[in-house]
Design a protein around this ligand. Structure first.
Ligand code: SAM
Length: 288
């Protein structure tokens, strides 16, 4: 068989249905394509793994990250501290994208729409981030009005209004956000199939005790990461009220979650977990 014969034989294998019909009408070779395997309904519209919804959320987060980063850089260039607000939204976009991406890459069987943690975090989560933006914007607006006396203020400015935090505070904020995000992602990578956004009350066959990588240093690295990331965002914004509110709410949430989670881990892994717990810290203040 010459090269051109081989090419035309191959071409007929992948021909479209219309061409195949013409082939058959002309008495050409009969070809048939195997039927497509039926699609798991969870991947279709409305399902928990709907591919269209997953792609649109990833697109939305990418666009939000891009636009917010450009605005933040522009505002910083213009010398206004308002750049911190779009920077905060950009860090949120990265966080939510990485929650899904890391699950899809290292624990694909568990990857679903809710892995973005966009709507499954409850109203407290949304209220917290909205409050952070409100506190920041209000304070910045009041401060900028104080610097522009020709702007008529509708009320007397409070004299206790805190000024913007110093530069080193900003560096600390960036470091907390970067370290927190890095540690959380590293934990999800290391734990792989054993990582689940929902605390498991029954041991799955593929659930193994992870004591390696970042888990060698920290007992709950993904919680450690989220705790310090959350506080870092408030340091970055220079928020005073939300910083303490985030500290209290996150601390209470993780203290109770760790206690509940460890009861199950002791049930799953027995002495192995008890010994691991003894020698590995959490590094969230006052959680042993
Ligand atoms: C959201 S993940 C958080 C994991 C861990 N607490 C952390 O902060 O990195 C929750 C799931 O991880 C599992 N898990 C927690 N620590 C684990 C470990 N060292 N090895 C294996 N599974 C673990 C729990 O059983 C639970 O189902």
């Amino acid at each position: 068989m010459s090269n051109s014969d081989r090419d035309s034989a191959h071409a007929s294998d992948i021909s479209w249905p219309l061409e195949r019909t013409e082939n058959q009408q002309n008495g050409g070779p009969r070809t048939s394509t195997p039927a497509l395997p039926s699609l798991d309904p969870s991947f279709t519209v409305g399902g928990p793994k709907a591919l269209s919804s997953i792609s649109s959320r990833a697109f939305f987060l990418g666009v939000a990250f891009g636009i917010m980063s450009i605005i933040a850089v522009e505002l910083a260039y213009l010398g206004t501290p308002f750049w911190r607000a779009p920077c905060f939204i950009a860090t949120l976009s990265i966080f939510h994208f990485l929650e899904f991406y890391t699950t899809a890459r290292y624990n694909p069987a568990d990857a679903k729409l809710s892995s973005f943690l966009l709507s499954s975090n409850g109203s407290a989560y949304n209220i917290a981030h909205t409050s952070a933006l409100i506190e920041f914007s209000t304070r910045q607006w009041l401060l900028s009005n104080r610097r522009l006396p020709w702007l008529k203020m509708p009320f007397q400015l409070p004299t206790f209004l805190p000024a913007l935090p110093p530069e080193w505070y900003l560096v600390l904020g960036f470091m907390l956000v970067a370290v927190g995000q890095g540690v959380r992602t590293a934990a999800m990578v290391e734990a792989g199939k054993s990582f689940n956004h929902i605390v498991q009350s029954r041991k799955r066959d593929d659930h193994v005790l992870i004591k390696s990588g970042i888990y060698r240093i920290l007992r709950h690295p993904s919680y450690f990461g989220f705790f310090w990331w959350g506080l870092g965002t408030q340091v970055l914004l220079g928020n005073h009220i939300c910083f303490w509110a985030y500290t209290a709410i996150l601390w209470k949430f993780f203290a109770s979650r760790i206690m509940k989670e460890e009861k199950f881990l002791v049930k799953f892994f027995g002495q192995d977990y008890v010994q691991y717990r003894e020698r590995t810290p959490v590094l969230i203040p006052f959680i042993r």
